[in-house]
Design a protein around this ligand. Structure first.
Ligand SMILES: Cc1ncc(COP(=O)(O)O)c(C=O)c1O
Length: 310
């Protein structure tokens, strides 16, 4: 059974399948009895779906700024957003690389705030020998579009605490739209998941190639452990010319995505300078296992060959 495979891989006793990663986030909050209306701290640079999900579920997303070097949220930035309305911290492994999860969990413990680990983009990777998605007491995964296992549908919420798992099951029984749909072929997803180690290895090889061959001073690499299986490999332009670069690439018939926009841009008021800076400078390279080697080589050439008129 797929949930047993997930439970074993992540070392989490209870696993419930959901319709998506967003659904998994809602179930995770409900299972941990986070009251509606409370604040949930999220990184200011991540998928906007995370922010919209919290708003739709009646929570107040609060943005913690990220670090420019790692593109991830630090415990210190999260600490600066804690107050007596904080219900939970969503510790997102941004861009597929581990966030400062251990320090964030300590912070949560110190202040009595639930930490939910979001490994939607990061599972397959490890931190100190523990699979990402198996570190906090409640964690969420996605199997949607362009995720480490890209089934195009589904997610999962994983629990270490049986009480939370029981509450999650009761919630899912009442909110059937959040449940994994019985018409989806879970055996296909299961088969795909069993290939996660090979997919991750290929992703790491693609990333190594990018790291070894992109050597222009116009782009900087993220700071990360060598075995970080980035989602789409993020490079930051060292000069403010991203539109020019994107146009140049387009002329060479190559599309570079620019994830993520700053979530600050979606809020009425925000104070997340690093996320705003990243939003103007980032480009992504496709490094997933399915990327054709020639496509990756072409992307690398375009980055290395880009010049600008000053
Ligand atoms: C970090 C993160 N969490 C959660 C989600 C939501 O997952 P889903 O698209 O399956 O709802 C996403 C989506 O891209 C994501 O990047």
């Amino acid at each position: 059974m797929f949930s047993v495979t997930l439970s074993r891989y992540f070392g989490m006793p209870d696993v419930l399948l959901t319709s998506s990663g967003s659904a998994a986030i809602i179930v995770a909050l409900k299972a941990n009895e986070i009251p509606q209306g409370s604040e949930v701290i999220i990184p200011a640079s991540c998928c906007p779906i995370v922010l919209f999900t919290l708003q739709l579920a009646g929570y107040k997303p609060v943005l913690a700024d990220v670090e420019v070097a790692t593109l991830n949220c630090s415990a210190a930035n999260i600490a600066a957003r804690l107050n007596d309305k904080t219900g939970a911290i969503l510790a997102v492994h941004g861009y597929g690389g581990p966030c400062d999860i251990e320090a964030i969990m300590q912070l949560g413990k110190l202040h009595g705030v639930t930490v939910i680990e979001d490994a939607c983009l990061a599972y397959g990777g490890m931190l100190n020998g523990i699979p990402l998605g198996g570190i906090a007491d409640t964690t969420v995964l996605s199997f949607g579009y362009d995720k480490p296992i890209a089934f195009g549908y589904g997610g999962a919420v994983l629990f270490r605490d049986q009480g939370a798992a029981t509450r999650a099951l009761a919630y899912l029984n009442e909110n059937t739209l959040l449940r994994f749909c019985q018409h989806q072929d879970v055996s296909v997803l299961h088969e795909l998941f069993l290939q996660l180690p090979e997919f991750t290895q290929q992703r790491l090889e693609n990333i190594l190639l990018v790291k070894q061959t992109i050597n222009t001073p116009l782009f900087s690499h993220p700071e990360a452990q060598p075995d970080t299986p980035f989602w789409r490999y993020p490079l930051l332009m060292t000069i403010d010319r991203r539109d020019d670069f994107i146009n140049y690439a387009r002329q060479r018939e190559m599309v570079f995505t620019t994830h993520y926009q700053s979530l600050g841009a979606l809020m009425t008021m925000s104070d997340v300078d690093n996320a705003d800076f990243i939003a103007k400078r980032v480009i992504n390279l496709f490094v997933r296992a399915e990327t054709r080697p020639q496509q990756l080589l072409d992307m690398i050439d375009i980055v290395n060959e880009y010049r600008y008129e000053s």
